[in-house]
Ligand binder design. Structure first.
Ligand SMILES: *[C@@H]1O[C@H](CO)[C@@H](O)[C@H](O)[C@H]1NC(C)=O
Ligand SMILES: *[C@@H]1O[C@H](CO)[C@@H](O)[C@H](O)[C@H]1NC(C)=O
Ligand SMILES: *[C@@H]1O[C@H](CO)[C@@H](O)[C@H](O)[C@H]1NC(C)=O
Length: 422
């Protein structure tokens, strides 16, 4: 058994029994570091956890100074977040400049902030007064970066919920919601002009949870299964996430942005625990979903539509977050428990054990000091229902079609009928 010992700058010793099974995935895997919890380790103690899973990029829902300081000189890249409640404010150039100076410039270059996510899942909140501020806010932040000569190293984007799509089945028929199209096209234009990526949060789990009887668990968990064929492209899909991603590519193509943008999956994941009525939220399934996903990432797999495009995925999430509202699953997406031990074994054979090694780090707050500030962002919307029913229905048929062999026509007709019922 080879054990690796890591000392962080503060007083933590992490023992990895048997080391790391995914040493090559560092190139493409990101992790969402949500902090809606009062029991998370101090950011200094999170550095080795992030390194242990081979994540090259961390996505925050705010610009927590303690995190950005703790990760200085670690080579880990950051996407920082600007919460939905600041959108109106940063339309104003002076406010945007102040925000960028305080939350980004102050940490460069020691902390490698490479992107700012302005707002989270804004468009699917269906709040037009908020939505109309999204692009102006993105523009405001970008202009501030230009004025500080940082626009070459820091890009500006926003993360969408998959519910921005109106149709997603089959993947080739992906389109954007009609009422959002105008707004989205302007955002896509912004991406092309500034060289930033299109970010989408995609959760096959939600589709499964809504229709556990109809949807093949193997299809959502990247397990061997016969999959489905998109009748328009003849492409074969053996997992739902890839089909969702290609539906996004199709939607982009449908508004004239074929092959013009890079797409990143800013959130995906699977809960390890849920309420009685939350089918599939188990340790075994979470382990399969995230474990298989990480394998695909490390193999540099692309989707059927973009086989040569590496997946750009941010797993949700680093920690279980005990203060998130909603069903039990919401508090159990973490790869790690708050004490720094894995929520389940995921490519690691053994456990990560956190202990104190020295008694001198008096200024450091220790392993389990409560974090009082909560992330003030649209992050909570992970469980908001927007779009989920629609996708559940779509995926229900996608999978039904996969199950009923040779029944494409049935699937098509059935889908139309069901949509008429909605
Ligand atoms: C993990 O370690 C245990 C003993 O520590 C060993 O029996 C098992 O085969 C190992 N599994 C893998 C996948 O390496
Ligand atoms: C680590 O140190 C903190 C603060 O001194 C203490 O509360 C905690 O119990 C220690 N943890 C372990 C595992 O020894
Ligand atoms: C937003 O609007 C869409 C389309 O009208 C609807 O399907 C969705 O449920 C709405 N979402 C919320 C959160 O109200």
């Amino acid at each position: 058994m080879d054990s690796t010992t890591l000392h962080s700058s503060s007083s933590i010793l992490l023992i990895f029994i048997s080391g790391i099974l995914f040493p090559t995935m560092a190139a493409a895997m990101g992790i969402n570091y949500g902090q809606i919890a009062n029991n998370l380790p101090s950011p200094e103690n999170v550095v080795p956890l992030v390194k242990s899973i081979g994540a090259s990029t961390v996505k925050l829902y705010d610009a927590d100074p303690r995190v950005l300081k703790a990760f200085a000189n670690t080579n880990v890249e950051f996407i920082v977040g600007l919460g939905n409640e600041y959108l109106t404010k940063v339309k104003d150039p002076a406010s945007a400049l102040t925000w960028v100076k305080t939350n980004v410039q102050a940490y460069l270059p020691a902390t490698k902030i490479t992107c700012i996510a302005v707002g989270n899942e804004v468009l699917t909140l269906n709040d037009t007064s908020l939505s109309k501020n999204l692009l102006p806010a993105m523009n405001g932040i970008h202009t501030a970066l230009v004025n500080l000569n940082l626009d070459k190293q820091v890009t500006v984007t926003t993360a969408h919920q998959l519910g921005v799509l109106e149709t997603s089945y089959p993947p080739s028929s992906g389109t954007f919601r009609r009422d959002l199209k105008g707004c989205i096209v302007q955002i896509l234009d912004f991406h092309v002009k500034t060289g930033s990526s299109f970010l989408i949060n995609a959760y096959p789990y939600f589709a499964y949870k809504s229709n556990p009887k109809q949807i093949s668990i193997d299809f959502v968990l990247f397990q061997p299964n016969s999959g489905i064929v998109d009748p328009a492209t003849n492409l074969h899909y053996d997992n739902m996430l890839f089909a969702q991603i290609d539906a996004v590519h199709s939607a982009l193509a449908s508004v004239g942005y074929k092959n013009k943008l890079s797409v990143q999956i800013s959130e995906t994941g699977w809960p390890s625990k849920g309420d009685g009525d939350e089918a599939g939220a188990t340790v075994e399934n979470a382990k399969k979903y995230n474990g298989n996903l990480l394998k695909l990432i490390s193999q540099k797999k692309g989707t059927p539509l973009k086989p040569n495009c590496e997946l750009n995925v941010f797993v949700f999430a680093l920690f279980n977050e005990n203060m998130k509202p909603g069903p039990t699953s919401e508090r159990n997406y973490g790869l790690f428990k708050p004490d720094g031990t894995p929520a389940y074994s995921l490519g690691f054979n053994g456990s990560v054990i956190a202990t104190n090694t020295t008694s001198d780090g008096s200024s450091s707050s220790g392993g389990t000091t409560p974090l009082t500030p909560q992330s003030p962002s649209g992050y909570l919307t992970i469980s908001s229902a927007s779009g989920k029913l629609h996708f559940a229905i779509s995926w229900f048929f996608l999978c039904l079609v996969g199950i009923v062999t040779g029944a494409w026509e049935l699937g098509k007709g059935g889908r139309v009928r069901l949509r008429e019922l909605l």
